[in-house]
Design a protein around this ligand. Structure first.
Ligand code: SD4
Length: 290
């Protein structure tokens, strides 16, 4: 059986998919590929919605959310964790080194130190300046497509045909203290079933949680829908619950066991990156609203 490895991620994160591809091409596991792939964005200080350099909450604290899931449905997550630059790696440690799935806040941070992670100040001067500027008006509003939505969700298939996924974010900029979105919630921001495929989300997390978006998409693929059709149905479900509201963005991406991919969003402007033998491709995603 010839298996074709592939990695895909939300938005146009070239460097992250290139890193994942490097792992897959060498015969590495999909789990290593997604972890190392999203770590590129966690480390990128210019990405203001993931990891180090992420926007703080409205009190000026950078709190990170991440989760990871492997081919055997093992999963791990950290929620609202401060001071650690690579939450995805802590999520993986939760999966591999503890009997639990989620660790939150101080508990997650403490566990990270025990595992050898270093304390890091995640609030950059630029993010601090922007936050102080924002505080003058303290307007919390969802901004469509622009930087407020750059969560990275990544899915990969390795040479063995096994699927894994990862999702990591600093959440909505200037969120309430303690707020957690969809990104670290297994089934909402990310879901993988190695028999069927995987899905992951970006955008206003509250809406993804309400419909258990990524789980829904994987289950729709199990019932025979293509990744594209399943993502479209995922967005439609959200729009059915929001008949009077269009001021927010959601983007879903999905992959099935054959390596077929799909993506769909509410507003134009979303795309996803894929990297396979066919090359490094930016796939503009069709949208529910035109
Ligand atoms: C959240 N889904 O915390 C994330 C936000 C996001 O790019 O996608 N930001 O709700």
């Amino acid at each position: 059986k010839i298996v074709k490895p592939i990695a895909i991620c939300t938005w146009n994160f070239m460097n992250a998919t290139a890193k994942a591809w490097e792992v897959l091409e060498k015969g590495g596991s999909s789990l290593d590929a997604v972890e190392q792939g999203v770590m590129v964005e966690e480390a990128d200080l210019n990405n203001e919605t993931v990891g180090n350099g992420g926007r703080p909450d409205r009190d000026g604290r950078v709190t990170l959310d991440a989760c990871i899931m492997d081919k055997d449905a093992n999963c791990g997550a950290v929620l609202c964790m401060e001071n650690i630059a690579h939450p995805i790696s802590v999520a993986r440690k939760v999966m591999e080194e503890t009997p639990h799935v989620m660790l939150v806040g101080k508990g997650a941070e403490q566990f990270a130190y025990e595992q050898g992670f270093q304390k890091t100040n995640l609030l950059t001067e630029k993010a601090k300046k922007d936050w102080l500027e924002w505080k003058k008006n303290s307007q919390y509003e969802t901004i469509i497509n622009i930087e407020n939505h750059d969560t990275i969700g990544m899915l990969a298939i390795d040479k063995n045909g096994d699927i894994a996924g990862a999702c990591t974010t600093s959440g909505m900029g200037y969120k309430m203290a303690g707020r957690v979105g969809d990104s670290p919630i297994i089934g909402a921001g990310l879901f993988v079933d190695n028999e069927v495929g995987g899905a992951t989300a970006t955008g206003v997390g509250e809406e993804v949680v309400r419909t258990v978006g990524s789980f829904l998409i994987v289950e729709l693929m199990r019932q025979g829908k293509s990744p594209q059709e399943a993502c479209e149905e995922g967005v439609r479900r959200i729009m059915e619950k929001n008949k009077d509201r269009t001021d927010f963005q959601i983007g879903f991406i999905a992959i099935n066991k054959k390596g077929e991919t799909g993506g769909y969003c509410i507003h134009p402007g979303f795309s996803y990156r894929s990297y396979s033998e066919e090359g490094h491709i930016d796939n503009p995603s069709d949208s529910f609203l035109k």
